[in-house]
Design a protein around this ligand. Structure first.
Ligand SMILES: Cc1cc2nc3c(=O)[nH]c(=O)nc-3n(C[C@H](O)[C@H](O)[C@H](O)COP(=O)(O)OP(=O)(O)OC[C@H]3O[C@@H](n4cnc5c(N)ncnc54)[C@H](O)[C@@H]3O)c2cc1C
Length: 382
């Protein structure tokens, strides 16, 4: 890897790396992004994902536009979601404002990844595909994505004649510690078990999800292909180390509660770039603490309690949503309130954070008790 002293180097052309690159290049900075794969979005193959729109009262696309990231990708607002309780009863929630935007991931035209790539190239960013960045020079941004698996998703992509919709099932039988989801948009579908425990039995959980949605929704999958991946989350004391800034999941910036990491990735990328543009890399920690810190703390506390829920806990949660909807039928508002940092969460955070041991922070992921089938640890592979 030849070093260009005038350029800022970024490893990883994911949402974090590309958002950082766009911000830097638009300010006139020369940028080189190294991407180890031959294209952007190689972790995904047309997966439908939700760009969350509930953690702020303002709109996510407007926030990104304010930071110079245009909506150059297909983003379909979704206002309605159906939740299934552990007994399979339906609960419908609506929101006047979009709760999230469905985006496609992968290298194809219209995906978030290719939209960001086009913006980066148009802004003058040089992307070196097929090049793994082994040693990033000081002053660079590490945006290499997750390094371990605190949560995993296993599922299918498929074509379908089913109507558009978003369906979520809360059940530890389907997705231990997490949730199962079915997203349908424009004839494309994604079925996923998003789990936080019992990774060894991923196939069993996925099979149950398939049967569940077949029973409830008459799931129809044409040409199903396997998909999935891992996420890691932690609250870093600092996102700077050895002269580098860490952005996106490489820093552990992820939604610990449900895995909605794209917004964190893009925002942290923009903030890292801003700190470098101001020639004050030391400001990065202050910037992300200010914008993302409270949110990251809140979702880690939420995760602690959510992970401990059994079927009764899920039912209580859904009953409380139902009651809130009767007072004000606004799903986005409920999500906002549920995931916001409250005084009691701020009090609990230091204790809960100490109990959270991310696979990212583990110096040796091949430890004897590692139950991760998705990290580099071969220990548990069949
Ligand atoms: C199955 C699944 C479903 C998900 N669903 C959602 C969802 O609905 N909503 C949501 O908001 N989030 C979702 N996420 C999370 C979201 O995809 C991630 O949080 C987000 O992509 C993180 O962006 P990133 O840029 O930090 O990392 P990545 O997207 O992982 O990008 C990192 C890039 O760096 C490259 N790279 C790594 N190391 C090097 C190196 N040394 N040199 C060069 N290149 C390198 C990789 O090839 C990759 O292209 C999901 C994740 C998974 C796995």
């Amino acid at each position: 890897m030849g070093i260009d002293k005038d350029a800022i180097t970024i490893s990883g052309a994911g949402p974090a790396g590309l958002a950082a690159a766009i911000t830097l290049a638009k300010a006139g900075q020369r940028v080189i992004v190294y991407e180890r794969h031959a294209e952007v979005g190689s972790r995904f193959h047309g997966d439908l994902q939700g760009l969350e729109n509930w953690t702020t009262t303002g709109n996510v696309l407007q926030e990104l536009a304010g930071l110079g990231i245009e909506t150059s990708f297909s983003a379909t607002p979704f206002h309605d979601v159906t939740l299934f309780d552990p007994e399979g009863h339906e609960h419908h929630y609506h929101s006047p404002q979009p709760m999230a935007y469905i985006v496609h991931r992968g290298a194809a035209a219209g995906t978030l990844d290719s939209g960001l790539k086009d913006q980066a190239l148009n802004a003058g960013v040089e992307i070196r595909f097929g090049k793994t960045c082994r040693q990033l020079p000081a002053g660079g941004i590490d945006a290499g994505g997750p390094h371990g698996a605190d949560a995993i998703g296993v599922g299918y992509l498929f074509e379908t004649d089913m109507a558009d919709g978003a369906y979520v099932a809360l059940s530890n039988q389907l997705a231990p510690g997490g949730y199962a989801y079915l997203l349908i948009q424009g004839g494309q579908g994604t079925l996923m078990s998003w789990m936080y425990a019992d990774f060894h039995n991923e196939k069993i959980h996925l099979q149950r999800c398939e049967e569940f949605f077949y029973d409830k929704m008459k799931l129809e999958m044409k040409n199903p292909r396997h998909t999935g991946g891992a996420a890691n989350f932690l609250y870093p004391r600092s996102a700077r180390k050895g002269g580098l800034l860490y952005a996106g999941e490489s820093a552990g910036f992820q939604d610990a509660l449900w895995g909605f990491g794209m917004r964190y990735a893009m925002l942290s990328g923009c903030l890292a770039a801003k700190a470098l543009l101001a020639d004050r890399p030391e400001d990065y920690d202050r910037l992300w603490h200010k914008r993302l810190g409270g949110q990251l703390q809140a979702v880690l506390v939420n995760r602690y309690f959510y992970q401990r829920m059994n079927d009764r806990g899920f039912n209580l949660l859904l009953n409380s949503i139902d009651r809130a909807m009767q007072r004000k039928p606004d799903g986005r508002r409920w999500l906002h309130d549920y995931t916001a940092l409250r005084f009691w969460k701020a009090l609990c955070f230091p204790f809960i954070n100490r109990l959270h041991h991310s696979k990212r922070s583990a110096p040796d992921a091949s430890a004897e008790d590692c139950d991760c089938t998705w990290c580099r640890c071969q220990h548990s592979r069949p």
